[in-house]
Write a protein that binds this ligand. Structure first.
Ligand code: DSN
Length: 417
């Protein structure tokens, strides 16, 4: 790994090696994380990184772009085939940039937009006052029904009728349930608006057909290529044919300039890989593992938000265990399990403390963990929740977690070259 850097900058090499060691010995359960394959790491560092180009295949602003054109065209065709989309744009740098690109494509300053509340599972870029987009557009929000903890579509419809959003946004970063994209499309159209689905978290599950696809319902679908899609750190935007020109303009020059062609090469590999049977089996296991985790944690006395999960996310309300999200996150990190503290609906705690944690099953499923190991992890989590400040108890949990993950190497094909 990093054989040249090892010689030229041993200090930095040691830091990267330390991170690899941390990942190898850690049980990774942050819902937005996944492990990049060797091919993705190779392609992310390939010579396309040297090339500056802007614009689109056949209409570039820089010379020497013919090979880049070939690669971008291949990636676009693969992305369209994977998702059955009319049009794909691979240039966004991230899921956030993909969202900004759609805003650039269809919104004017002051336009009304309706997205899910961040503390109910939405995303920063969907209208949080903390995000700079909120300075330009008139964001309104919808949330969950307080009893079912599912999206309250009736309330959403009433809010949409009141504010008549130009853009309705579905999707988020901490919603463990399926979304009724058909109903959301109907609501958007009934008020003369467009539907954008941010499928960043479930993009891999959608590609594998394990959860329903938003593509037939939405005007625009945005995503990052990490998370369940298990790809490089980048973004993706899809749309119906009639919005293709507007989207491309929204992406470039609207929201990005020169393309990260090396990352685009990695995305291009990913879109082929994600169409295969191995990826489908992995995504099926991701959901089985999440369901097993939700059920076992519930048996152990944790309150699972919405009573379960349909995807890779399990969101816990820790108040039944008398601990906060930040305390649980820190104690789990000490034992070698990484999760993130997360706001839950009507959370009485500050975002830096929270009453919940969000747990994801993508990375552990990539390493080969199945339901039996997931139940063991749930048991360790329960022990940690019972004694989050007891060093001796935590050390016992740490030893158990290390033993559990040892037979499942991060890179089973061997050390990274
Ligand atoms: N949106 C953040 C998350 O879901 O963790 C980062 O991708």
């Amino acid at each position: 790994m990093l054989k040249h850097t090892r010689m030229s900058d041993p200090e930095l090499f040691d830091i990267v090696a330390e991170e690899l060691d941390r990942q190898e010995h850690n049980i990774e359960m942050i819902a937005s994380e996944s492990t990049e394959s060797e091919e993705l790491l190779e392609l992310s560092g390939c010579v396309f990184a040297n090339k500056t180009t802007e614009g689109y295949p056949g209409a570039r602003f820089q010379a020497g772009s013919q090979v880049a054109d070939k690669m971008e065209r291949l990636g676009i065709e693969r992305a369209k085939a994977l998702y059955g989309a009319d049009h794909a744009n691979l240039q966004p740098y991230s899921g956030s940039t993909a969202n900004y690109s759609v805003y650039a494509a269809v919104l004017k300053p002051g336009d009304p937009v309706l997205g899910m509340r961040l503390d109910h599972g939405g995303h920063l870029t969907h209208g949080s006052p903390a995000n700079f987009m909120s300075k330009f557009f008139n964001f309104h929000s919808y949330g969950l029904n307080s009893e079912t903890e599912l999206i309250d579509y009736d309330e959403l419809e009433a809010i949409a009728e009141k504010h008549r959003p130009r853009l309705l946004i579905a999707g988020g970063s901490a919603y463990p349930r399926l979304i009724d994209y058909g109903r959301m499309a109907k609501i958007a159209r009934s008020v003369g608006g467009l539907l954008m689905v941010d499928m960043a978290h479930v993009a891999g599950l959608v590609a594998a057909g394990v959860v329903p696809s938003p593509v037939p319902h939405a005007d625009f679908v945005t995503s990052s290529t990490t998370k369940t899609l298990c790809g490089p750190r980048g973004g993706l935007a899809l749309c119906r044919a009639e919005h293709a020109k507007a989207l491309d303009k929204g992406v470039f020059p609207g929201a990005v300039s020169s393309i990260h062609l090396n990352i685009m090469a990695a995305k291009t590999w990913l879109f082929k890989h994600a169409a295969g049977t191995e990826f489908k089996a992995l995504m099926e296991q991701v959901v089985k593992n999440a369901k097993a985790l939700a059920s076992e944690l519930s048996n152990l006395g944790f309150r699972v938000i919405s009573g379960g999960t349909d995807n890779h996310i399990v969101l816990l309300d820790l108040r039944s265990k008398g601990i906060t999200g930040s305390l649980f996150q820190d104690a789990l990190e000490y034992v070698g399990i990484t999760v993130n503290k997360n706001m839950i609906p009507a959370d009485p705690e500050k975002p830096s403390v929270t009453s919940g944690v969000r747990i994801g099953t993508t990375s552990v499923s990539q390493r080969g963990l199945k339901e039996a190991e997931i139940c063991q992890i749930a048991d360790i989590m329960n022990q940690v929740a019972a004694a989050p400040k007891d060093e001796a108890a935590l050390n016992r949990c740490k030893a158990e977690a290390m033993e559990l993950i040892k037979p499942f190497p991060l890179y089973p094909k061997g050390p990274l070259n």
